[in-house]
Each structure stands twice: as structure tokens, then as C-alpha cells.
Write a protein that binds this ligand. Structure first.
Ligand code: G
Ligand code: G
Ligand code: MN
Ligand code: NA
Length: 254
């Protein structure tokens, strides 16, 4: 209850902030997307992880205003990172189930794009399998609306939820992000290796991009490159970092 009261005030008191984690294209070894990850600087308790306060925000409905703030802040930040059309950079934002169900979602997305000047195709929205499976008909409608805006949709934490291959075919998303629990044990874990290869093959068969999350070692990167994984994200490539660090990475691109 204490935490809930605090969370209500966190937004207006400016206690939330975003870190950004790079997503690297394996082929060109360059940064192609940046994922926004929210943090809460609590006045007494210090920094609180989203694993702690996002579930609370979901329960209380506070996720809707918080999510809108994340979306707007991330888009505005990402606009500053664009350098003409030659090397466009996507910004990825996590959407929770409640945001996805919010009937104003497509308006909020459009308004965030308009106000920031970000092209729709450079906004990546990450949805989990759980969010997509909830209510098939409403899900398809919301996805259609988002698709028609032109945003890039990915399925986050792929492989950990319930996914029907049938839905995957119909959802019409752009990318799958393989959950980091499958990457962690690589290259030794032969079961994780088999699953990772299978997800990459399936994604490519469906003409989807595939991203490996939680890449922590050079060996893992090498293995994923062999498997034909398109993009990688994880501590080996860069931790979630303040915007200044991302600006430096961008400035130092080859
Ligand atoms: O960044 P970190 O590993 O601490 O994130 C923990 C969890 O919180 C992850 O599942 C991540 O997707 C989620 N998360 C981080 N930022 C956001 C956000 O802005 N919105 C939502 N809905 N989830 C987020
Ligand atoms: O659920 P989602 O994929 O959005 O979660 C992203 C979370 O994963 C963030 O909280 C981020 O801090 C964490 N993360 C990012 N890279 C790595 C990594 O290489 N290893 C581990 N253990 N966690 C990571
Ligand atoms: Mn994510
Ligand atoms: Na994930």
C-alpha cells in the first residue's frame, strides 16, 4: 500500500526515468534499435526495479499513465538520435497487457509519434505472448489498428508464454525476441541450443526478424551468428544505459 501511494506520486514528482539498451544487427554489427526500460528512483528506498513496480502498476491501472509517459519520453529521446535517413534507429517500448487493452492505445501511440516527430516505422512496440493470447478477437482488432499506424511490432520474451503457431501466422508482427532464459545456457546447454535454432528457423520461415535477448558472452554471439540470428541484445552488447551513453555509441558507429 505504501508503495502504491508512492507510485501514484512518482510520475508527477519526476521519479521515473528511462534507461536504454542497444539492439545490434548481427550482419552489420551496428545498433539498429534501442529498448527503453523504466526505473523508479524512490526518495527513500533508492532505485526500484520494474519487476517490482510494473505488476503493481498493472493491478492499480497506473500502468496506463506511466506507459504513456514512457512512450512519449522514449519517442522524444529517439527523435534526437535520428541523423537523417541513412541510419534510422528504432526505439522499442514494452507494452503491458492493460495498455494493450486500453481503448485509447492507438490514439496515444499516434499522438506520441506526432508530438515527437518520430516516423511510425521507427517505433517498435513489444508485446508478450500472454498479452496477445488474452482475447483473440479484440487482440486482432488492436493489432490491425497498430499495424495500420505503421509501427513495428515484436513479441517479447518469446517461448515463455502460450503461443499458438496458428496465431503467430495471423498476428502479422515484425519480429520475435527469444527470451533470455533460452540464451543463458548457451553454448553448453544442448536443449536451449535446439530451441533457439528452432525458433530462428521458424521465424525466418514466417519472414519474421529474430532477436536474441540476454546475450552475455562472445561465445553466445558467435553461436547465434552461426544460427543466422538477425539481431542481438544483452549485457555483452551493452547494458541498459542513460541516454548520454547511447549518444556516444551512436557517435562512435563505424
Ligand atoms: O529492465 P529490467 O530487466 O529491469 O526489466 C524488468 C522487466 O520490466 C522486464 O520484463 C521489462 O520488460 C519490464 N519493463 C521495463 N520497462 C518497462 C516499461 O516501460 N513498461 C512495461 N510494461 N514493462 C517494462
Ligand atoms: O522482458 P524484457 O525482455 O523487456 O526484459 C528486459 C530485461 O532484461 C531488462 O530488465 C534488462 O535489464 C534485462 N537484461 C538485458 N540484458 C540482459 C542480459 O544480458 N542478462 C540478463 N540477465 N538480463 C538482461
Ligand atoms: Mn522487452
Ligand atoms: Na524479453
Amino acid at each position: 500500500v505504501q508503495l502504491e501511494v508512492g507510485l501514484r506520486k512518482a510520475l508527477q514528482n519526476g521519479e521515473l526515468y528511462l534507461l536504454y539498451q542497444p539492439q545490434i544487427d548481427v550482419g552489420s554489427a551496428t545498433i539498429v534499435s534501442v529498448e527503453a526500460l523504466v526505473r523508479w528512483r524512490h526518495p527513500e528506498r533508492g532505485i526500484i526495479s520494474p519487476t517490482e513496480f510494473i505488476p503493481l502498476a498493472e493491478e492499480t491501472g497506473l500502468i496506463v499513465p506511466i506507459g504513456e509517459w514512457v512512450l512519449r519520453t522514449a519517442c522524444q529521446q529517439a527523435r534526437l538520435w535520428q541523423h537523417g535517413d541513412d541510419r534510422p534507429l528504432r526505439i522499442a517500448v514494452n507494452l503491458s497487457a492493460k495498455q494493450f487493452k486500453d481503448e485509447n492505445l492507438s490514439q496515444i501511440v499516434q499522438s506520441a509519434l506526432q508530438d515527437s516527430g518520430m516516423p511510425a516505422g521507427l517505433l517498435e512496440l513489444e508485446l508478450t505472448e500472454g498479452t496477445l493470447m488474452d482475447d483473440a478477437r479484440a487482440t486482432m482488432q488492436t493489432l490491425e489498428r497498430l499495424r495500420s499506424i505503421g509501427v513495428y511490432l515484436s513479441i517479447d520474451d518469446f517461448g515463455t508464454g502460450y503461443s499458438s503457431m496458428n496465431y503467430l501466422k495471423r498476428f502479422n508482427v515484425s519480429a520475435l525476441k527469444i527470451d533470455r532464459s533460452f540464451i543463458t545456457g548457451l553454448p553448453q546447454d544442448s536443449e536451449n541450443a535446439a530451441i533457439t535454432r528452432a525458433i530462428i528457423a521458424m521465424a525466418h520461415g514466417l519472414k519474421l526478424n529474430v532477436v536474441a535477448e540476454g546475450v552475455e558472452t562472445g561465445e553466445q554471439l558467435q553461436m547465434l551468428e552461426q544460427y543466422g540470428c538477425d539481431m542481438v541484445q544483452g549485457y555483452y552488447l551493452g547494458h541498459p544505459s542513460p541516454p548520454e551513453n547511447i549518444a556516444l555509441m551512436l557517435a562512435n558507429r563505424p
